[in-house]
Design a protein around this ligand. Structure first.
Ligand SMILES: C[C@](O)(CO)[C@H](O)COP(=O)(O)OP(=O)(O)OC[C@H]1O[C@@H](n2ccc(N)nc2=O)[C@H](O)[C@@H]1O
Ligand SMILES: Nc1ncnc2c1ncn2[C@@H]1O[C@H](COP(=O)(O)OP(=O)(O)OP(=O)(O)O)[C@@H](O)[C@H]1O
Length: 279
């Protein structure tokens, strides 16, 4: 079975505070977008085991891969094991704040469930997903957008009637999510950097993780400022814990033009993609 495993952006991410368990209480809107990995999953025998391959060197293919974690969690819940083969065709960059690994995990949960006669319902899949990672549950919903609370794992689908043209820019450096959250409380606002919510028809776009991440990676606030100066850009924000910055443009043509200019402005090492939110 072949599944599309889309990336997400966070249209907003507000941190409400640090919890006793070390996680942070958040309010976020996650929106699935038109950049996707392809996940292939098949049941190959009754002898338990998982063989994972991936087109990108450097992505772990051992038990630390979220796809394997998801399949183990699924088999645990159902109480049956089998022999599986998984292949990940990655297009979503890692350490990007685009939820690539989380999306792969959700695709595996959907695929494994379907291939075994749907033993679990959506509520059960969402429960497993929330234990794998905060971003995993949103990818199980059949809607473009979802609002997450708690660690971000308690998701509700939201009506979302916009198809927003986007430009995604991921500089060469990745950002580990735990690092960004850890730095949040003690970080300082940089003078002259726009952190204020940008008021849009779909809500106020703001990301509490920009402050800690921008403090260390000064290229990102410069990139945000540059994006906001470009013709046709309505808003610009870091996605999740970064390092991807996204801009929402007036039209698809504007997204294409900004992407071309961004390639020249950022240099060869950045990953730049025009795309749009899914509908
Ligand atoms: C930044 C976002 O991607 C925005 O959607 C998410 O908040 C992070 O989601 P995720 O990558 O699925 O995160 P998880 O795998 O659940 O957690 C990774 C690490 O990030 C930190 N973390 C994550 C979520 C959260 N609400 N508070 C946290 O402090 C914790 O250090 C945790 O160990
Ligand atoms: N299936 C997977 N795809 C990509 N990375 C994975 C996967 N499973 C585990 N990882 C590990 O997780 C790390 C973060 O990758 P991922 O793309 O999920 O993070 P991210 O872009 O920071 O996403 P998020 O928005 O959830 O923070 C990678 O460096 C990699 O070592």
């Amino acid at each position: 079975m072949e599944l599309s495993s889309p990336a997400k952006i966070n249209l907003w991410l507000r941190i409400l505070g640090r919890r006793d368990d070390g996680f942070h209480e958040v309010e976020t809107r996650l929106c699935q977008i038109g950049i996707a990995d392809t996940v292939r999953i098949e049941q190959v025998s009754s002898v338990p085991g998982i063989a994972l391959t991936c087109n990108v060197p450097g992505i772990p293919v051992d038990e630390s891969n979220l796809a394997i974690k998801a399949l183990r969690a699924f088999e645990n819940k159902v109480g049956k094991t089998a022999g599986w083969r998984i292949h990940l065709e990655k297009r979503i960059p890692s350490g990007a704040g685009l939820g690539g690994g989380s999306s792969n995990a959700a695709a595996i949960l959907r695929g494994a469930n379907e291939l075994t006669g749907s033993p679990l319902n959506l509520a059960e899949l969402l429960e497993i997903a929330g234990h794998i990672g905060a971003d995993v549950p949103c990818f199980l919903l059949h809607t473009t957008a979802a609002d997450g609370t708690g660690r971000g794992e308690k998701v509700v689908p939201v009506e979302f009637s916009w198809k927003l043209p986007l430009v995604l820019i991921k500089p060469s450096f990745p950002i580990p999510t735990p690092w960004a959250y850890q730095r949040w409380r003690d970080s300082q606002e940089l003078p002259g950097v726009l952190y204020a919510p940008q008021i849009c028809p779909w809500g106020e776009m703001v990301n509490s993780l920009e402050r800690p991440v921008f403090e260390k990676h000064r290229f990102l606030p410069a990139l945000k400022t540059w994006l906001l100066e470009q013709k046709g850009v309505r808003a610009a924000l870091m996605s999740g814990s970064g390092s991807t910055m996204f801009a929402i443009t007036e039209s698809g043509a504007d997204a294409g033009e900004v992407a071309e200019k961004a390639k020249a402005w950022c240099g060869d090492t950045a990953w730049v993609q025009p795309t749009e939110t899914l509908r």
